[in-house]
Design a protein around this ligand. Structure first.
Ligand code: HEM
Length: 489
């Protein structure tokens, strides 16, 4: 009897400490033992919408426990600014994730690596490759890609089709060219393999597996984890094949033409000049290329799908863009230097990225030292989620945020507004998106060309809006939709 009493007391004490919120930390719902607050996310509603609705009870900053991990959720611009910029040294880590730690070989990439001199060098190299590629090669490549899109669209013109295939092929072509220096035909088996891998990976992972939240679940068999590992290995195999091809063909004395060449050249220079521990091993090279590939393809594809959907739902906006393009550039292909002469088109792209926030919860950060957000304590190791979707739908900053209104980004002289506090599609601070410049440039070039050359309409029988959020994921797409494209020329 006394043993039972002792066991019950021990169990109750464990439960008390398991669910107790650390003192001074942000308020939030009481967690269950072991699973924490995971049940709040079960259902049809997206996590970012649930988090925003929780602000009415707990305030703009609250905490939840996912399995065994405490996480602070920030829902407004003021606290996001504090975490990402004012206290960037405190919150620039990434939390441990079972799947992504395996994938990144313990954070040897950029997106899941912890801040360190090595990680900083990798970010710098990625920036350099992206900047060089965007300035030197992007317009030429997009010219080729556009010809291929034109071929596919002229076959589909006048009939309903899903634009996902053609947009995916265009974006993958651009990123593969930046990474590998190759341009692909739309039916190239390797390009189709990348897309298959990416789809399988997303379906397997969704918003994380049980093993990411509950350590004990790592010992259970999981089809999701197995699929994720299999397709990741397939992606690594393609990347390694490309690295080996480059190793045979490139010369360290020539200027680098793509990301792999730049990384190999840096590795070569490092070996010649530096005897300290290598900051750019073969594993790092594989990881950096894989990061840019994954981070660069899904986000831009999703944004362009939101873009076409928003144009179908808002034909008046589509007409205004066409008029601006006709007046400013006529029928020649758009160039990057046109952007500043096209403020309305620019405002539309910005509104697309607000309205269809494609990375709604950004990527989760982690406190790397004890710190504070607002009046609350945040202890080392706590996850920090910036709810970018809530920032983009904050009625304090956006008039009728549920409406698609590009004019909100223009001032009274029709110039793009410079100060946009509650707008963070690419995040900011130490971990801000590395590919921002490339993403903006390729989205501008592909989107303006599409609207200049085609009018997108609802497919027959479709009623209601098509720019509607699909299954909630780290990168969130629209629901699949059909459109009819009419050629303008
Ligand atoms: C519309 C397109 C894109 C959007 C909306 C987007 C958005 C984001 C966001 C919100 C983050 C998380 C930042 C944070 O943790 O605070 C991120 C990280 C990242 N993005 Fe992008 N991104 C886009 C395109 C790209 C492209 C084209 C590339 C590269 C080719 C890229 C590479 C990366 C990388 C490597 C990171 C991790 C940065 C780090 O952890 O330090 N992204 N992006």
């Amino acid at each position: 009897m006394s043993l039972v009493v002792v066991l019950v007391i021990l169990l109750l004490t464990w439960m008390y400490f398991n669910i107790r919120r650390p003192p001074g930390t942000p308020p939030g719902p009481t967690p269950y033992p072991i699973i924490g607050n995971v049940p709040i996310l079960i259902g049809d509603v997206s996590p970012w919408t649930i988090f925003k609705s929780m602000t009415f009870k707990y305030g703009q900053v609250f905490s939840v426990k996912f399995g065994s991990f405490w996480t602070v959720v920030i829902n407004d611009h003021e606290h996001a600014h504090e975490a990402l910029l004012t206290k960037l040294n405190d919150f620039s880590g990434r939390p441990y994730s079972y799947n992504f730690n395996w994938y990144s070989e313990n954070g040897k990439d950029i997106a899941f690596g912890q801040p360190s001199p090595t990680w900083k060098l990798h970010r710098k190299l990625a920036h350099l490759a992206i900047r060089q590629y965007t300035t030197d090669n992007l317009e030429t490549l997009i010219g080729e890609v556009i010809r291929k899109i034109g071929g596919v669209l002229s076959e589909k013109a006048g009939n309903p089709f899903d634009p996902k295939e053609v947009i995916t092929l265009a974006v993958y072509n651009v990123i593969a060219s930046m990474c590998f220096g190759k341009s692909y035909e739309f039916n190239d088996p390797e390009l189709l393999e990348f897309i298959k891998i990416s789809d399988e990976r997303n379906n397997a992972l969704g918003n994380g597996t049980l093993a990411d939240f509950i350590p004990a679940a790592r010992f259970l068999p999981s089809t999701s984890v197995n699929t994720f590992r299999r397709v990741s290995l397939e992606l690594f195999a393609i990347i390694l094949k490309e690295v080996n091809r480059h190793l045979k063909a490139y010369s360290p004395d020539e200027p680098a033409n793509d990301l792999i060449e730049l990384l190999l050249k840096t590795q070569n220079d490092e070996m010649e000049t530096d005897n300290s521990d290598s900051k750019l091993t073969d594993v790092h090279i594989k990881q950096i290329v894989s990061d840019l590939f994954i981070a660069g393809t899904e986000t831009s594809t999703s944004t362009l799908l939101w873009a076409v959907a928003c144009m179908i739902d808002n034909p008046d906006v589509q007409e205004k863009i066409k008029k601006e393009l006709d007046d400013v550039i006529g029928d020649r292909p758009p160039q990057l230097s046109d952007r500043e002469k096209l403020p309305y088109t620019d405002a539309v792209i910005m509104e697309i990225m607000r309205y269809g926030t494609v990375v709604p919860l950004s990527l989760i950060h982690c406190a790397i030292k004890d710190s504070t957000i607002g009046n609350y304590n945040v202890t080392t190791g706590t996850g920090v989620i910036i709810n970018a979707w809530a920032l983009h739908n904050d009625s304090k900053y956006w008039d009728s945020p549920e409406k698609f209104k590009p004019e909100r980004f223009l001032d009274s002289t029709c110039t793009i507004k410079q100060h946009l506090p509650s707008y963070l599609p690419f995040s900011t601070g130490r971990r801000a998106c590395v590919g921002q410049a490339l993403a903006k440039a390729q989205i501008f070039l592909i989107f303006t060309w599409l609207i200049q050359n085609y009018t997108f309409e609802k497919a027959p029988g479709v009623t209601g809006d098509v720019a509607i959020e699909g299954i909630p994921m780290i990168v969130t797409f629209t629901r699949p939709y059909q459109t009819v494209a009419h050629s303008r020329y």
